[in-house]
Design a protein around this ligand. Sequence first.
Ligand SMILES: Cc1cc2nc3c(=O)[nH]c(=O)nc-3n(C[C@H](O)[C@H](O)[C@H](O)COP(=O)(O)O)c2cc1C
Length: 229
Amino acid sequence: MRLTALFVLLTALAAVPSAQSAPPPAPAAPVPGPAAFLQVFKERRSVRNFRPDAVPREHLLQILDIARTAPTSGNQQPWKFLVIQDRSRLDALAAATVEAYAALYQESKKPTEPELAAFRDKYRQVCARYLSAPVFIVVLTDSKSKYPDYNKWDGPMAAGYLMVAARALGYGTVFCTDSFPFDVVKRVFDIPDRYEVVCTTPLGVPVEWPAAPPKKALEDFVAWERLAE
Ligand SMILES: Cc1cc2nc3c(=O)[nH]c(=O)nc-3n(C[C@H](O)[C@H](O)[C@H](O)COP(=O)(O)O)c2cc1C
């Protein structure tokens, strides 16, 4: 076991009340309308096409405020949420992404000039759909955090919270790892080296809420008491 694991464990143990402490208060009552609350999780969808409607700053702050309450190892809270709304910076991201993928395509497939031009056009359209949202968020963790080995768990936790909170307020998101290569994102947005990209996501009002893709049945995931091969 790594030493960091011990520190994280000690932080958790510090939160356990001693035998002499007053009994803890009764658990909080369920949130009003738990069914509606659960529905928000079920109805979150990956959205890749947006309306131009503005996202009020107050909504953005509410969403980011939920993201920062995600579980985090040893309460280290290693996150940064870089919010980009400047259209010229989003255009720069699209242009750099198209070029990065075109270079990859050229190297691996050795296309003809017209094939390469068609590829560029196609990927330009793909980028335009993602970036039709008025907001683009880069979820990052800080490699200089207290327990950097745990950032790989803390990062996606916050991203998940952010996406569910956005859904609750009627906004779509999509957890992107590949649509915008992380090295391109870091370069275009001038992100200091110490920060690691967890994912990027556009955020906005969907053109439509996509239908749920096929999902496996609950019993495919759950094992009671014992897990067979
Ligand atoms: C680790 C991870 C990486 C993903 N990367 C991308 C991506 O680069 N681009 C994209 O459009 N969607 C990406 N997705 C979204 C998935 O495609 C999507 O969650 C999945 O198809 C299920 O759809 P749903 O989110 O609507 O349930 C990613 C999701 C995860 C969890």
